[in-house]
Design a binder for this molecule. Structure first.
Ligand SMILES: Cc1cc2nc3c(=O)[nH]c(=O)nc-3n(C[C@H](O)[C@H](O)[C@H](O)COP(=O)(O)OP(=O)(O)OC[C@H]3O[C@@H](n4cnc5c(N)ncnc54)[C@H](O)[C@@H]3O)c2cc1C
Length: 432
C-alpha cells in the first residue's frame, strides 16, 4: 500500500497500486483484484480515480500504439497512451486529435472515462464523439468490444462512466487532418457577463477555439479576457521549445487568499487588456499553458484545493452566473484560475457525460475546510435550481442529492457496471 493523491491533493490515503503491464495478460492481471478502479494520469481533481484502502489499476505502462491508417486518420492505441504522445507523433504527419482538454498529460482511457471536452466543444463535441470502438476488459474475465455501432448501450455507459464499466484496454480514435502546429490567436477584454456572451456567440461560427478568463473577485460586475484561435494561415517555422518551469516544493500556506486574490486578478486583467490583440502562437502554449509549469498544483499549499466546475443551461445561465459570482465575491474565497466557456448544442455520447448545451464555469478554491464547504453548499443550490450539474472529473465533495439532480440518467448505469469496480467517488455518489 502507498499514499496516492489526485490532482487536487486533498488527501493521500493508502492504495494498492497494480501496474498493468501487458494487454495480452490483462484478464489474469485483473482477476481477483477485489474492488478496484482504473487509474490513468491522475489528472482528475477529486476521487473519480481514487479508491482509498483498495486497488488502483494503473494503465501507465499500457502505452503502445497498435496501428495508424494515414488514409483515414484512424488510430488504434492502448488506453495508457497520453494525448501528448499522440500529438507529438502524429502532428508532424499532418494529423491531430480533434480535441484535447486543458492539459495534454491525460491518458486515452481517462479522456474516454470522463468524456473530456476542449476549447472547441462548440465545433467538435466531446472525446466520446471521436471514439469508433473500444475494448473493455471486465474483472470477471469478459472482453467486450463496444462503440456507437456495436453494443451502443454499453458504449454510452462507458463514455463518461468514470471507470465503472470495466477497464478500457484499447481504443480506436478518429483523428482529424491538421495543417501544422500554429494557431492565429486573438485576445479581447470584456467588462460584463453580457459582453462575454455576445463575444462567445459572435466567435463560435468563425473561431475553432474559444475560452475566457473571468475575474470572479468583483462579483456580477465581472470583467475578463476572451481568447479565440483558429489554425494559422502561415504554418511556416518550427515552434520554439516551451519554457519548462516547476514548483519544486509545497509552500506552507497558499499564496491565494482574501487579500492577494483581488490584486492578482486585477494585475492579470490589466496586463492582458493591453496586450497585442492578434498573434500567431504554437497550439500547445495557447491550449495548455499550465503544462509548462510542472507541479503547479503544489501552489495551493499542503491542504490542497478544490475545483468546482458547473454547467447551467443557456436560458437561465446569465442569472445563475450572476448569483454565483456575487456569492463568491461575498465569501472572499475567490479563485485565480476561473474559466468560463459556452458549450455547443451537440448531445454528449455518454450517460454521465458532463457537457450539456449552456455555459460552463470552472474555479479553483484553496481548501479552507468548513468555510469552503459552506461556500459550495450555496453554489450547489444555485446550480440545482438552474437545472445545471457539476463535472465529475473535478469533483471531490458534491452531496449525493446534487449528483442525482444533475445526472438524471445515472440509474441507467447500474446494469452495465462491473461489480469488481468501485471508487471513492462511486461509493460517495452511488452508494457502492
Ligand atoms: C490542468 C488541468 C486542466 C484540465 N482541463 C480540462 C478540460 O479543459 N476539459 C476537461 O474535460 N477536463 C479537463 N481536465 C480534467 C482531465 O482532463 C480529466 O480528469 C481526465 O479524465 C484525466 O485523465 P487521466 O488519464 O489523468 O485519468 P484519471 O484522472 O487517472 O482517471 C479519470 C477517470 O477515468 C477512469 N479511467 C482512467 N483510465 C481508464 C481506463 N483505461 N479504463 C476505464 N476507466 C479509466 C478512472 O477510473 C477515473 O474514473 C483538466 C485537468 C487538469 C489537471
Amino acid at each position: 500500500m502507498r499514499p496516492v493523491s489526485s490532482w487536487g491533493r486533498l488527501s493521500a490515503e493508502p492504495h494498492l497500486v497494480a501496474e498493468l503491464s501487458d494487454i495480452a495478460t490483462l484478464v489474469s492481471e485483473l482477476s481477483g483484484k477485489g474492488p478496484a478502479i482504473p487509474l490513468g494520469m491522475g489528472r482528475s481533481y477529486g476521487d473519480a480515480c481514487l479508491n482509498p484502502g483498495g486497488t488502483l489499476l494503473s494503465t501507465a505502462r499500457l502505452d503502445r500504439f497498435h496501428s495508424f491508417d494515414p488514409e483515414t486518420g484512424r488510430l488504434v492505441c492502448e488506453a495508457g497512451v497520453q494525448l501528448r504522445d499522440i500529438q507529438r507523433f502524429l502532428l508532424p504527419r499532418g494529423w491531430s486529435l480533434p480535441l484535447i482538454p486543458g492539459t495534454q498529460i491525460v491518458s486515452v482511457g481517462g479522456a474516454i472515462a470522463n468524456d473530456v471536452h476542449g476549447k472547441n466543444h462548440h465545433r467538435v463535441g466531446s472525446f466520446g464523439h471521436h471514439v469508433r470502438t473500444l475494448t473493455l476488459v471486465r474483472t470477471d474475465g469478459q472482453v467486450v468490444d463496444c462503440g456507437p455501432g456495436v453494443r451502443p448501450d454499453l458504449f454510452a455507459a462507458t463514455v463518461g462512466g468514470i471507470g465503472l464499466t470495466g477497464l478500457i484496454a484499447t481504443a480506436e480514435l478518429q483523428l482529424q487532418p491538421v495543417a501544422g502546429p500554429w494557431l492565429d490567436t486573438e485576445i479581447l477584454s470584456y467588462r460584463s457577463l453580457e459582453e462575454f456572451l455576445t463575444l462567445a456567440d459572435d466567435s463560435e461560427s468563425l473561431w475553432e477555439h474559444t475560452v475566457s478568463w473571468i475575474d470572479c473577485t468583483v462579483g456580477s460586475r465581472s470583467r475578463g479576457i476572451f481568447l479565440r484561435a483558429n489554425p494559422a494561415v502561415d504554418q511556416s517555422g518550427k515552434p520554439p521549445l516551451p519554457r519548462r518551469l516547476a514548483v519544486p516544493v509545497t509552500p506552507p500556506l497558499s499564496p491565494f487568499n482574501r487579500l492577494t486574490l483581488p490584486v492578482f486578478n486585477s494585475i492579470y486583467y490589466h496586463l492582458n487588456r493591453h496586450r497585442s490583440r492578434a498573434r500567431r502562437r504554437p497550439f500547445d502554449t495557447f491550449l495548455f499553458p499550465l503544462d509548462d509549469i510542472q507541479d503547479w498544483n503544489r501552489l495551493y499549499g499542503p491542504r490542497g484545493f478544490f475545483q468546482y466546475q458547473l454547467v447551467v443551461p443557456r436560458d437561465v445561465g446569465p442569472a445563475a452566473l450572476r448569483d454565483i459570482l456575487d456569492i463568491i465575491a461575498r465569501s472572499g474565497q475567490g479563485s485565480f484560475l476561473a474559466v468560463i466557456k459556452t458549450f455547443g448544442e451537440r448531445a454528449s455520447a455518454g450517460l454521465l457525460s458532463f457537457p450539456t448545451p449552456g455555459i460552463t464555469l470552472s474555479l479553483d478554491f484553496p481548501n479552507r475546510g468548513q468555510n469552503t464547504e459552506r461556500l459550495f453548499v450555496e453554489l450547489d443550490a444555485v446550480v440545482r435550481s438552474a437545472g445545471g450539474r457539476l463535472y465529475l472529473a473535478k469533483d471531490a465533495r458534491m452531496p449525493r442529492e446534487v449528483f442525482e439532480a444533475g445526472y438524471p440518467r445515472a440509474p441507467e448505469l447500474a446494469k452495465f457496471r462491473d461489480p469488481g469496480m468501485s471508487s471513492g467517488m462511486s461509493r460517495r455518489l452511488m452508494g457502492q
